[in-house]
Design a protein. Sequence first.
Length: 498
Amino acid sequence: SDPIPTQAAGQASLAHVRAVFRMEVAHPDAKSLPLGRKERRALKEQARVDELQPLLEKLGGSDAVERVEAARELRSSLNGAHPPSLDNLIQAGCVLQLLRLALEQDHHELQFEALWALTVLTSGTAEQTRAVVDVSGSLDTFKQLLTAPRASTREQAVAIFANIAGASVELRDRLWAEGLALEVIMMLSFGKAVEQLTYFDAEQKVWRVRGVGGGQSEQPVGVVRAVALCLGRLCAGESEPVLGEAMQPLLHTLEVLVMSPDEEVVAETCRALACLQYRAPERIATVVKFGVCTQLVELMEHPSSEVQSLAVRAAQKISTGSKLGMMAILVCEPVPALKEMLEREEPTIQRDSCSMLVDVLAVGGPHVKEVVDAGCVPLLAGLLSSGDEEVKCNAARAIGMLTSKCPPKQIDELISSDCIIPMVKMLEIAAFSSSADVGRAVLSFVEGVLQAGRQLNSGRFARALQEAGGLQMLQQVTEMSNDQDLCAKAKAILQSGF
């Protein structure tokens, strides 16, 4: 007989549906079945929901040992190779039951297992996390647990908020809009803007955090780490969240966390700082006043590569936000630390250092001399032969910016044939890649060294460029690049008497 349409299957009695499912299991090779594929899939999903019922009964029972065992079994199944689907768990009432158990402060082991299960459930896809958040009372439950007596419970609650914030921009913004992000911030008691929570130790020449009287957190390190992670995710995203009144408490909290001796806390704090925007003068004033800029430059010499990289990104975000931000970072003298990062054999560190040196060189004036005197130029030239494409591109951008800011005599002193050959090879990017900023930097370099040669009445640069195949590569740019500006610049260089 023909399969019953979906509408008819939906109206079939549960007894009939289960009977059909049992028949399918007993006769998997049957050719003629009363239900179609979608209906059979629905039956199997219903069977999985039914399988959860005994577990739910134990969770809601009166036997304390059975409840803990059931919670542990559910958590283990969620971490297993074939976990039950979230839809099934919600349909069976599992999530709602876990939320109730999470509030049982007198049964710590049960509460712990329930929160662990909820942590797993909120660490899936954005859709799965949203489904948990949409269960009535979920966010309020997690909020209540931020002030739980046990530190482990508070840590789990913050971890769940971190999962929610990291699931999607929509959920991140929801936490800010409903004031839940501010609740996380206030856990550390750093959110008071009425006094300066950090101070400069003139004798040791470092910024320090005041004691408990000045707002020092009494939370254990596990909770502080979880909060730092959560703040990093609350600030992340293509667009900055609407902070509103939470901006000052957030900045004051990050100001203290970035001074932490704990590597994990510092890394996540730098990540959060690197996500914010610094166009508003009041934000720059805040990070300058409380020593954040100085601390970020000091962290560029941190033994952890991750901390170094994140500190550079945060400093670069501040410096590129406005002229005031750039000067705030330059006053802290980042070039020596950036030079040391160039010497590290780690592509990520080298990429970030090159990128920030581009911004420093773009300011021009004495900062170009600072980069030159620190010995950065030979290191940048050496990175043009790096095996990492991004390192090569960023090094090329830095050298291109350097030649655009240096007088002819200084270019003659700094630029050797060892630098010209790899820079000419980088013209391939201008010809065939969509990375226009690298192409512009290389063309600026070619234009700069040719002009320097003409002004110095020296043909050294022109010969070196020709020997490196520069003429042919410039022709390729004019013929192959889809960027009209790059083509026009390459043509202008060729017509200038190359």
